[in-house]
Ligand binder design. Structure first.
Ligand SMILES: NC(=O)c1ccc[n+]([C@@H]2O[C@H](COP(=O)([O-])OP(=O)(O)OC[C@H]3O[C@@H](n4cnc5c(N)ncnc54)[C@H](O)[C@@H]3O)[C@@H](O)[C@H]2O)c1
Length: 348
């Protein structure tokens, strides 16, 4: 039996990606209801899919056909909606960031555990076919010892009246907590190691709002590898490269077009079979053949929903559990504190 899904906050990413690319096509999911505080969004999306539409979370949670909810509202309401859903016995897949504070993330995890429901974080970029291929290559030792990972997620995000990402109290921060968190989670996933220490700089260089439009993080992973994440709200979309690069003692892997909301893209890998001796010429192309790898496309949104459904059906841990969203928040807190104090900080 397919899992009945209700969507809380059906106006933005839910309507653009997660419903049409995730919940609708996923074999183990069935969209049964949507909710939003904006009536026109409820009418449009419920009408488009022929499902129940509700104006309040309470009404959606009272619908017996809803077994799992996908929460895609502004960050400041994630915690209260997660707890309400858990108490109503619904499984919860929540968008990142899971909440505004570490305490709220922990309380959301506790509420779901107490209710015996699954709780997942929607870091869907882990499911991108290029990213899973890179992870397999690293695990197979193709890259040798991983030494550095770099990821970028950038867009043009001008001032918009009331936009939660632009107001500290609603979004918890700007570019770093909104987009940088995806990049850091992805690097941890690929390198198979958590971030241990961070340094961060944030700035307001272009956009006229409260939260940062510019952020860069230097990362030191527990396995010793280092990394960098840069994320900007102030570069034209067409100019954003959204690079992902991983370097190791045997080679390098760079992707094109894989970070963001598109499930396509490609991998360029330069792998040397054996470690060579020192070459004072530092030849860049000798014996190193670039391979272009284009794995079969896997839609990230569908894979994330399907994986969560399978966890419900098989009573296993979700592929990206709530704990990973809590950890991401711990990393974010350290980054923002580093940006404030200028210190290199351990993540705790
Ligand atoms: N994984 C991804 O690819 C991805 C991409 C974009 C956004 N997101 C995340 O999704 C969440 C939503 O972002 P967005 O860009 O869709 O925002 P958005 O502002 O475009 O849409 C949010 C929707 O929630 C509704 N809403 C606001 N308050 C509500 C409430 N209290 N109850 C019910 N509905 C409410 C709004 O009316 C709107 O329709 C955020 O956590 C964001 O970080 C994830």
């Amino acid at each position: 039996m397919a899992i009945g899904w209700g969507v809380i906050g059906c106006g933005g990413i839910a309507d653009r990606r997660t419903i049409p690319e995730g919940i609708v096509p996923a074999p183990s999911a069935e969209l049964v209801a949507v909710q939003d505080i904006a009536e026109e969004r409820v009418n449009e999306v419920s009408g488009k899919y022929g499902v129940s539409g509700y104006g309040t979370v309470e009404e959606l949670l009272a619908d017996d056909n809803v077994e799992a909810v996908y929460i895609a509202t502004p960050t400041h309401v994630h915690h209260e909606q997660t707890v309400a859903a858990a108490q109503a016995g619904k499984h919860v897949l929540c968008e990142k960031p899971l909440a505004l504070t570490i305490d709220e993330c922990e309380a959301s995890i506790a509420a779901c555990a107490q209710a015996g429901v699954k709780f997942g974080t929607n870091f869907m970029m882990r499911f991108h076919a290029c990213h899973t291929a890179i992870k397999q290559m690293i695990e197979a030792g193709d890259l040798g010892t991983p030494v550095l990972g770099r990821a970028e997620l950038t867009c043009w995000y001008p001032p918009i009246e009331g936009a939660f990402r632009q107001i500290q109290a609603l979004g918890g921060g700007g570019a770093m907590i909104d987009m940088g968190n995806h990049c850091i989670d992805l690097l941890e996933f690929l390198l198979g190691s958590k971030v241990a220490r961070v340094a961060c700089f944030t700035e307001h260089l272009v956009q006229d709002y409260e939260t940062e439009d510019t952020a860069v993080a230097a990362l030191h992973f527990a396995n010793g590898a280092v990394g960098m994440v840069d994320t900007l709200f102030n570069v034209p979309d067409a100019a954003a490269r959204n690079m992902l690069e991983v370097y190791g003692s045997k080679g390098s892997i760079v992707t094109r077009g894989t970070i963001g909301q598109e499930s396509g893209g490609s991998i360029s890998a330069i792998i040397e079979g054996e470690t060579k001796g020192y070459d004072a010429q530092q030849a860049r192309d000798a014996g190193a053949a670039e391979q272009i790898i284009e794995p079969d496309v896997v839609n990230m949104y569908e894979a994330a929903i399907e994986g969560f459904c399978e966890a419900i059906q098989g009573d296993t841990a979700p592929p990206v559990p709530g704990e990973d969203g809590l950890w991401s928040h711990q990393v974010m807190d350290a980054l923002y504190e580093s940006a404030r104090t200028g210190e290199v900080l351990e993540v705790r």
